[in-house]
Design a protein around this ligand. Sequence first.
Ligand SMILES: [Zn+2]
Length: 124
Amino acid sequence: MSLRFCQGPECHMHKTKDRIKGMKGSKTYQTRRRSNFYYGNGNFCSTWCQDQWLTKHIEQALDHFGRTTKAKHLTKENAWTKDYNWIDYRNDTREYFYVNGITKEQRPLTKAQFDDINYTLNER
Ligand SMILES: [Zn+2]
């Protein structure tokens, strides 16, 4: 398993004991490195680091991916959200489905469809 660095631009400036690394006599505070992080899709060691990154890059990110410039409207064509019911908690067995937030209609989903972030019934 490879180690990844926290993407927080100022992670190394947060003085905690676990960030002190290096040879005796030349130890420095360094960016955290782990097999996995809990925040920001596994990219940040803390919400502090995630927020530092967001503060630094939010304008570029919005310009790049596109800003919301007019109100979006919730209609039955775009009100589908994914959900599941437990069938058997101990064996992690679930029943996946789409539910429409306007009409309350439900449609079954496979686990693969549930996990696929690009799979949607919503009109874009
Ligand atoms: Zn960090």
